[in-house]
Write a protein that binds this ligand. Structure first.
Ligand code: SF4
Ligand code: SF4
Length: 129
């Protein structure tokens, strides 16, 4: 494996297992556990979101989207991206000055050191928590 669609990488993770580990969250998880705390990993495609704390509601993301894919819903104060229109061009992120617009996924080509790291990682046995 030399490239993959990664949601995020957590270093020094101490949750859900023994010891300190580097956890690589991949996109496209086929499981639907009731206790899932990472639903943004379910789809292989990118999901977009806005950090509510830093978003200034300037609507630049909405206006800059060439596909008109972003809608603001007053009810719930949320920005929803129509992924059937979105081309993953990321113009909305580039234009967002506070950096509030975020993408849940990115392609990563693995460097040699990462390939080495991943090849040494043990995966949890089936049925383990
Ligand atoms: S451009 Fe950024 S700050 Fe402005 S509404 Fe969109 S997410 Fe919020
Ligand atoms: S990634 Fe591109 S197409 Fe998708 S919502 Fe942002 S600006 Fe629009």
């Amino acid at each position: 494996m030399s490239e993959g669609r990664i949601l995020r990488i957590e270093k020094l993770s101490s949750f859900d297992g023994d010891g300190l580990r580097t956890v690589v969250f991949l996109k496209g998880c086929p499981l639907r556990c009731m206790w899932c705390s990472t639903p943004e990993s379910h789809h292989v495609e990118t999901n977009f979101g806005n950090h509510k704390d830093s978003c200034t509601h300037c609507f630049t993301c909405v206006e800059s989207c060439p596909e008109n894919a972003i809608r603001y819903h007053e009810d719930g104060d949320i920005f929803i991206t129509d992924m059937s229109k979105c081309t993953d061009c990321r113009v909305c992120m580039e234009e967002c000055l506070p950096g509030s617009r975020i993408a849940y996924a990115r392609y990563r080509k693995l460097s040699k050191s990462w390939k080495k790291t991943l090849s040494s990682i043990s995966t949890p046995a089936a049925g383990s928590p």
